[in-house]
Structure formats: structure tokens, C-alpha cells
Write a protein of this length. Structure first.
Lengths: 382, 126
């Protein structure tokens, strides 16, 4: 961090300490990496539920008559398609198509946790490490009729993820939760606190991301914790958050995607909407599409027993063809899994790769899609 | 926490001397620092090891951690149980979580290791 200050603390820092969390520094914030243990917390989310403090993430609030136009110009997905309360995954790209950030955007016709009269706008949820850069970038490209406000410091975010999530939140939220579909959000009251309740998450399980004012964070957390504990909900740190998202083959900014990678290389072209007349990076991405993408992000499962780690070289037929971007154990599968870029032509599912694990080549097999099915699909066998 | 009959290295390994052989592992302090152990790379039987050089690898979810040979010698045995149950290192670091047995080549090296009391003082200052 510039200036070498101590890490920032979320509104739930005292709660983490009281729960005996092991804290570490992440993106300039003091965050829990684990409470009872990464494996136990991971398994709890898949079997019952986990409670996460994600207050370090950024909330940028875009308003004004030109808000949609401003958003469309800097993002790759089509925000005009959003219904009120609907969310979509999208990218902020540079002119060369490199990814500045991946984010979730909501259309909020009734404002976002507003005190007074609600002003419609778009809520951008950005990665903690990129809040300042994203805000500066968007502001540098704002038309006169749009305003960007950084609401991050004033906003807390708690997530409850797992098969029991709806059963835990329903009695607390004064609304019919079964009507809140995935990637939809609404204002609600949670144990008296005003929240923006979103049916989204980063674990693959059903769950909610619950935004509140920073000063009500402890109130929201306590309500969820007390209601969730009897159903097997555990507090979960960033260690398990990472193993959970890896099992779903979700990308992590800074590992699997960054300014040197494009959405097409990452296999996320579905979130690039060519139908939009113009957006930053469109021309470069269109050129890349036309010329052929030269490298691809793949998921792989280890065949030889070894844990693939970020930066380990990937070999194809003995030659270097790429590098690992994320890797760890999959507690659900009992195998080791990872993601990495490989030269185009090596991305077919079932292809044998070798990962150079500290000097020794270890066999792996390219795997398509998520490594693990979320709970509702595991139960029904679909 | 730190059994009296064992000797300890500054890299948080323990040693149980049994005649000309030494059984080694990592200490309670080390396993707690690591968190859940999910993978162990054992040394091959017959490998020569030198004091303070890496002889095994213990991995947590996030980190790769070298185990340094507390004594020089030759690997006589490695704990195959750790392949399927790496968590034994967390659950029973001095017992079922042992990592390897070394045929000691230079008994004088034992003098460089700490007693339980010395090691306890060492980790308190860590």
C-alpha cells in the first residue's frame, strides 16, 4: 500500500477476533483467512451453509440521466437488458481488451440503501484491490449527465451461502424469498436493518449476498449467525472462499484474469455483447475474435497426485505451453484441481497436460466446466 | 505440546532418536501455523539427506512448506499413511503424523538440536 499504512478493517473485525479467526492482509484489508479450518469451513458450505464477511469489496454507485450510457461505454455486457433488481456479470476492459476488473452490475430503480428519496441508478460491485482504479477509470470516461459515487466505505457486505441459506434468511427477511430468483435483488428488512438482498454468490451453492450500511453490519451478521448456527452454518474465511470458487471453475481477478488477459482468452466471451454499438475494448476484442484467440484458460484435474500452484509451467508433449493461474485441492472431489492458460489447440476436454511441480512433470487432464455440481444438482443427479 | 523425550530444530522439526535411527516430523507449532495439511511429498527410501536441507514437502491449502532434515543420513522409511491421510500431521504430529526415519550418519549433529524446554522458549519468542 502506498504510504505503508496498516491494513483497513471491516465493520466486522471485532466479530472475527471474538470468533478466534486467523487474520491476514488481503488487498490492504485485515480479513479472516479461516476460523476453524479451511477444509471444515469449505465442507460446511456444501453441506449446510457458511457466513462470509465481504465488506472489503467495493460498491460504486452510478446515477444521473446518462448513467446507463456511461455504464454501457465502459463495460462489455449489455446493461440495457437488465430488469429492475436484476444483476449481470461484466468486465471493465482497456482499449486493448485487457481486463481491468470483473464485476457485478445491478439495475436499482429504487436507489441503493437510500435514506431520503430514492434516486435510480446502477450499482457496481468491484474487487477490493481495484476500487480506486475502477472509480478513476469510470470517472475519466463519464459523460456530463452521470455521476459516480464510491459507497464502499459506507457499505458492508455479508454473504450466506449453502443449501440452508433460504431457510435461514426467510424468517429474518420480511419478504417471500422463494420469489427472489438467482441474479435478482431487492430492498428488504433483515431483523430491522435495511438491506439490499441479492441472490448471488461465488460458491456455486444457493445463497444471498446482503448489503447493508456499515454501521448495521454487526446487527445483520448476528441475526444470520444466530439463525444459521442451529442449521450447521459456520463462519467462513477467504481460504475456503477460494477453494469453493475454484471447484466451480470461477475466475479470480489477479490470478486467472488481469490486464494482460481478455475475456475471450478466459473463455468468458458470453459476457461480451457485440450487439452494443461501442464500448472500450470492443475493436481489440473483435480483432482477436477474427484473428483467432491464441491462448485459452482451461480447468484441469490432476491425474498424478500433486497440487498445481500459481505460476507452475504447463507442458504439452514436453514443451512449455502455458502456466497455472490457480490451483489447490478440491475438498469435495478429494483430488487436486487447477486452472491455467494453454496455447490454442490444447484446450480440448480430456487432453493430457503436464504440470511442472517443482521440477517434476505431473500429469493432468483438461476438464470442461465446473469441477463440482452445486448441492441442488448433486441431490437430483442432474 | 512439546514431548520431553524429543529434540527440536529451529525449523520446527522434531526428532525421536531410536538407536542409530531418528524418526522425524513437524511440531505442533508448525502444524498450527500451516493449517489443514492437504498433501505431503515424502522422501524416497534410500535418499541421502544433509542436515538443514529440504527432505520433504508439506502442503496446506494455500502454501508449500519445506521440511528440512534435522540430521544428516539416509532415509530408511517414509510414512505412507500420509499419502491418503495428510491430516494426521495436524491430528497427531508426534505420533501417527511422523514423516520419515533417517539412519543417522553423524551423531554429533544431535548436539545442535534443542531440548523441549529450549524449543518452547524458542517458539514463545517467535
Amino acid at each position: 500500500m502506498a504510504g505503508g499504512g496498516s491494513p483497513r478493517r471491516t465493520p466486522l473485525n471485532a466479530v472475527h477476533r471474538s470468533l478466534g479467526a486467523r487474520l491476514f492482509e488481503f488487498a490492504g484489508w485485515e480479513m479472516p483467512v479461516q476460523y476453524t479450518g479451511v477444509l471444515e469451513e469449505h465442507r460446511a458450505v456444501r453441506a449446510a451453509g457458511g457466513l462470509f464477511d465481504l465488506s472489503h469489496m467495493g460498491e460504486l454507485w452510478l446515477t444521473g440521466p446518462d448513467a446507463l450510457m456511461a455504464l454501457q461505454a465502459v463495460t462489455t455486457n449489455d446493461a440495457a437488458a437488465l430488469a429492475p433488481g436484476q444483476a449481470q456479470y461484466t468486465f471493465l476492459c482497456r482499449d486493448d481488451g485487457g481486463i481491468l476488473d470483473d464485476l457485478i452490475v445491478y439495475r436499482c430503480d429504487a436507489g441503493f440503501l437510500a435514506d431520503g428519496p430514492a434516486e435510480p441508478g446502477y450499482l457496481l460491485i468491484v474487487n477490493a484491490a481495484n476500487i480506486t482504479r475502477d472509480a478513476e477509470w469510470i470517472r475519466a470516461h463519464l459523460p456530463a449527465g452521470a455521476t459516480l459515487t464510491d459507497r464502499s466505505a459506507a457499505t458492508a457486505l455479508v454473504a450466506l451461502q449453502g443449501p440452508v441459506a433460504e431457510r435461514v434468511v426467510a424468517p429474518l427477511a420480511e419478504m417471500r424469498l422463494s420469489e427472489l430468483k438467482p441474479f435478482r435483488a431487492a430492498h428488504a428488512a433483515l431483523n430491522g436493518a435495511r438491506v439490499w438482498l441479492s441472490r448471488t454468490g461465488y460458491t456455486g451453492e444457493d445463497g444471498f449476498e446482503i448489503y447493508s450500511r456499515a454501521e448495521e453490519a454487526e446487527h445483520v451478521w448476528s441475526a444470520l449467525y444466530e439463525a444459521g448456527r442451529p442449521k450447521g452454518v459456520l463462519p467462513v474465511g477467504l481460504g475456503a472462499r477460494d477453494t469453493l470458487r475454484l471447484e466451480m471453475r470461477y475466475t479470480l481477478y489477479g490470478n486467472d484474469i488481469d490486464e494482460t488477459t481478455t475475456p475471450l482468452e478466459a473463455g468468458l466471451g458470453a459476457y461480451v455483447k457485440w450487439v452494443k454499438p461501442a464500448f472500450i475494448g470492443k475493436e481489440a476484442l473483435a480483432r482477436q475474435q477474427a484473428d483467432g484467440v491464441r491462448r485459452r484458460l482451461v480447468g484441469f484435474i490432476m491425474v498424478d497426485r500433486a497440487i498445481p500452484r500459481r505460476h507452475y509451467p504447463i507442458l504439452g508433449a514436453g514443451e512449455p505451453i502455458g502456466a497455472v493461474t490457480s490451483g489447490s485441492v478440491s475438498p469435495t472431489l478429494g483430488s487436486e484441481i487447477g486452472m491455467g492458460y494453454v496455447a490454442a489447440g490444447w484446450e480440448e476436454p480430456g487432453t493430457t497436460l503436464h504440470i511442472d511441480v517443482r521440477g517434476k512433470p505431473r500429469a493432468a487432464r483438461v476438464h470442461q466446466g465446473p469441477f463440482v455440481l452445486p448441492h441442488n444438482r448433486r441431490q437430483s443427479g442432474t | 505440546m512439546y514431548p520431553q523425550e524429543l529434540r527440536y530444530s529451529a525449523e520446527h522439526e522434531w526428532v525421536r532418536v531410536e538407536g542409530e535411527k531418528a524418526r522425524i516430523g513437524i511440531t505442533h507449532f508448525a502444524q498450527k501455523e500451516l493449517g489443514d495439511v492437504v498433501f505431503v511429498e515424502l522422501p524416497d527410501v534410500g535418499t541421502a539427506v544433509r542436515q538443514h536441507q529440504g527432505c520433504a514437502v508439506v502442503e496446506s491449502v494455500k502454501a508449500v512448506s519445506d521440511v528440512y532434515a534435522p540430521l544428516s543420513g539416509r532415509v530408511h522409511a517414509a510414512n505412507a499413511a500420509l499419502v491418503d491421510r495428510p491430516e494426521l500431521i495436524n491430528e497427531d504430529p508426534y505420533g501417527e503424523g511422523w514423516i520419515a526415519e533417517i539412519e543417522i550418519s553423524d551423531a554429533r549433529e544431535l548436539d545442535q538440536l534443542m531440548s523441549a524446554a529450549q524449543y518452547e522458549g524458542f517458539v514463545k519468542g517467535a
